[in-house]
Design a protein around this ligand. Sequence first.
Ligand code: HEM
Length: 419
Amino acid sequence: MPDDPTIKVSPQPANRIDGREFSEICPAYLGRPHARLDPLREQGPFAWDETQKQYFLVCHGAVRRVLQDRTLLRDRSRAGAGTAVAGTYDAPPKDIVERRNGAQVLIFKDGEDHVRLRTLVGAFLARVREARPVVEAIVRDVVTALPAGGVAFDLVAQFAIPIPVRVIATLLGLPQNDHTKVRAWSDDLALGFNPYRTQEEDGRRWQAIREMLVYFRGRLEVARATKTSDLISDWLSLKERGADLSEAEIVDHCIMMLTAGNLSTTDLISNATLAILRDGGLREKLLRDNGLVAAIIEEALRVDPPVTTTDRIVARDGDVADCPFREGDVLTTSLLAANHDPEVFADPHRFDVARPLRPHLAFGAGAHICLGAPLARLEGQTAIRELFARFRDLQLLDESVQLRPVPGHRGPSQLMVRG
Ligand code: HEM
């Protein structure tokens, strides 16, 4: 129990955990998460995380209700003192004045601000609806560059990483010469997912943000001066037509696209490929029927959701999913545990493309449901289709796959294969 009298403590459920043992930084959890999540779920929907001073939710019903509850907040500055989420709300270096109040992006906004920023969504979805030829061309290009003739290569580095970054950079209208730079920034931004990052890593992350703020301000200038046709020019024209948006918000959303949509889509592509490589029968079915690819991607999202947790903050004292909570309480929902709840999914740990219903929560639910879901699905499906069209006999060279120890994420760091 904390000694600080300013820290309010809500009634805690009997089942207590050490959150570090339910984080991807713990090798035992990373390797076999369900060995811990399943028994916890049997004890009830809420556990109290002693170390992070937060609640941890593992049942599909409770997770869904929490994500759909519009009274709950994403704004991390509202998390109670002493909670781990409050600790991740870090102050930027002094020279980055734009970030004094955090990134101005819809993912961390609530209420009216969230609704206002959702005006950016329409333009994004319109671009995604037309993105199929662009995505197909990028995927084919990446697949063609892979070594054939039995040469070993890392499928994550050479296939799953380049696709999402090239797709987002293209939608934003960034010149091809800049893609390598954007990719490096995006890797450094991903360091922010790890609350246990070192000072050196934190410095790299802020340096990437510093450089991206300058870069994207420049891209806004280019879009205005040369009348480009891309997502940046769409967003600028919304502003010119009177939408209540600042240029700083447009810049922040460009940066957010590179954070939200990269690592997660990379992991989706890697996880789905791995599932096929490990299941000869599934590969046979896919090769016979290309139409199966949509079900494979959905099942990969369910079994190995690339984003494993997300948080909500209680705005005021009251009941959430029939339990009393206090203002500032943090509810960490495990999307991974929810997607393996036997109450909803029969034989939940089995990769089964024939499931009749698959109400998985890999993209969240409610007000903050993933904006990029249609793009991620398009990229995932195209990637799998093209990869196995070229490499029908693709072989996994090392069965002992290492997953990346990044909290809240699930995907392999490397997949050595031979075409
Ligand atoms: C397989 C890939 C992806 C997964 C698993 C994923 C997962 C998620 C999840 C779980 C959320 C909800 C977070 C919450 O409720 O707290 C979310 C939100 C979001 N995602 Fe994704 N995402 C993926 C790809 C993308 C892509 C490609 C983009 C855009 C380029 C994107 C943009 C966003 C945005 C903007 C939000 C916030 C929406 C809001 O707050 O209103 N995501 N994503």
